[in-house]
Design a protein around this ligand. Structure first.
Ligand SMILES: C[S@@+](CC[C@H](N)C(=O)[O-])C[C@H]1O[C@@H](n2cnc3c(N)ncnc32)[C@H](O)[C@@H]1O
Length: 215
């Protein structure tokens, strides 16, 4: 297990300001490999690089200003980490188009699940069609091995009237689950059975029971 942790190749979709990976590298000392982060926004990529340097982790965190799907062609990663854009809206004419995740909010998430990587760790929102999204992961052959769920307040972009009207409609179709005060965000670890991790219990039903609770 130790060797898997040390040598696995990690790739990140959508670095943003880089803070989640920088924090993980600072607190998770065993990992000695390199994480390649891809960020499509030039200003965010620059900020992430500066921040990695300021925290002394730029030798382990290489941030590239490129579309993730193009960059992937150059690397052969085993593991993907991502907090993909998940704002659901009929089109990307919203306050923050970079956070548009498609009509149901989960297009990019499903694309990432379809790449066939051994391990995928990503965030899934309860208002972005979580049931279909996790069924998609199952169809791709993933086992949901572990998860954490946290309550999120609606922020500036998720409470934009156009978005709120859309996800309220999705709620009626059981594609979105939230209360007036909060939605849920799950961090899930998906693994292919071929990774040989000892405990292979699939927790998809358990995470869905939690993610659909606010209906
Ligand atoms: C929800 S933010 C996550 C930022 C950061 N990882 C975090 O968790 O705080 C999603 C990020 O993905 C970036 N992004 C969107 N599409 C992308 C693509 N095709 N390739 C690389 N980055 C992309 C956006 O610019 C945005 O910074």
């Amino acid at each position: 297990m130790y060797f898997k942790i040390v040598y696995m190749q990690i790739i990140e979709f959508g670095t943003g300001d880089g803070s989640p990976v920088i924090h993980a590298l600072e607190t998770w000392g065993q990992y000695t490999g390199v994480i390649h982060g891809f960020e499509i926004s030039p200003s965010a990529a620059t900020a992430a690089r500066h921040s990695a340097a300021a925290h002394g982790v730029s030798n382990q965190y290489k941030v590239l200003n490129s579309c993730f799907f193009k960059g992937l062609e150059q690397l052969r990663p085993s593991t993907l980490v991502a907090n993909p854009p998940y704002v659901a809206a009929p089109d990307n004419d919203i306050m923050m188009p970079a956070l548009h995740g498609g009509v149901d909010g989960a297009n990019l998430t499903r694309d990432l699940m379809s790449l066939g990587l051994d391990k995928v760790m990503l965030l899934i929102s309860s208002y972005s069609n979580p049931v279909e999204t996790l069924q998609h992961a199952r169809r791709q052959g993933y086992i949901l091995r572990d998860f954490m769920v946290t309550a999120m307040p609606f922020g500036k972009y998720s409470s934009e009237p156009k978005v709120m009207r859309w996800i309220t409609q999705m709620k009626d179709e059981r594609k979105a689950f939230f209360s007036p005060r909060t939605y849920l965000l799950a961090g899930v670890l998906l693994v292919k059975p071929s990774t040989g991790l000892r405990q292979q219990k699939d927790l998809t039903d358990e995470v869905l029971a939690v993610m659909t609770a606010l209906h």
